[in-house]
Design a binder for this molecule. Structure first.
Ligand SMILES: *[C@@H]1O[C@H](CO)[C@@H](O)[C@H](O)[C@H]1NC(C)=O
Length: 229
């Protein structure tokens, strides 16, 4: 008995230390403080939770739990005070009607953030079906701008893993001015006949890694703009 405890105790202490070292402050969008509820619009709740998580001086974790949540879109702005994890376990759903988005060319963007992790197994659902039907940009030079699902603008030392981008209205993911960003176990899906739904478009970025990623979409899977290494 005494011998057993002696053996087990160091392991326990090690595990305890390991878990405190990784401790993150959790900001759950469905907590009483933010009041997000499944099947309702969490635009305000999520934006507020981001502001708090981003201001946290210790590593933070923003959680959208399992369930379906409506989200009009926003820019998640940095710089943040510490590493920040956006854990999407559920489904975030864009309005099907692009006119409802605050920014017509973007649903969700992450802007000027260092050490961002987006993960959690959840889905960014762009609900693009109506937009594909209305897209006339192949014949109309002044066509309406159509929203990209996710923009990463000036994001550095970051990891996007284990998430899905589904049925974007325009491109799925646009990477601009980023450095050292890894995409891993990402799933990108839109129907074959959806218009201009490029998978990951990379411009003016350095050190972007894409691996174990499945892309099935209506346009290019990965496209490269100018100025990348
Ligand atoms: C690149 O980013 C990862 C996080 O995804 C980080 O662990 C690593 O240290 C970064 N590499 C450099 C050279 O900064």
């Amino acid at each position: 008995m005494g011998l057993k405890l002696k053996n087990v105790l160091p392991v326990f202490v090690f595990l305890l230390l390991a878990s405190t070292a990784k401790a993150q402050t959790v900001f759950d969008v469905t907590s009483a403080k933010y009041g997000g509820k499944p099947n309702s619009d969490i635009t305000q709740a999520l934006s507020k939770a981001w502001t708090d998580a981003c201001a946290s001086t210790s590593p933070s974790k923003l959680v959208v739990p399992k369930g379906t949540f409506k989200f009009l879109g926003t820019t998640f702005k940095g710089p943040c005070k510490a590493p920040i994890a956006f854990q999407l376990q559920g489904i975030l759903q864009a309005p099907a009607d692009g006119n409802q988005l605050p920014k017509k060319d973007t649903w969700i963007s992450f802007d000027h953030i260092d050490r961002l992790t987006i993960s959690g197994g959840g889905t960014f659902d762009g609900q693009g079906a109506i937009a594909w039907k209305q897209n006339d940009c192949h014949k109309n030079q002044n066509c309406k701008s159509i929203a990209i699902n996710l923009r990463l603008d000036f994001v550095t030392n970051s990891m996007i893993r284990d998430i899905t981008s589904l049925d974007c209205k325009n491109f799925h993911i646009n990477v601009l001015g980023c450095r050292n960003v890894t995409f891993q176990y990402v799933t990108i899906t839109a129907p074959e006949d959806s218009i201009n739904t490029d998978g990951i478009h990379i411009g003016r970025s350095f050190g972007i890694t894409i691996d174990h990623t499945t892309i099935r979409t209506g346009d290019d899977c990965i496209s490269l703009g100018d100025g990348s290494q």
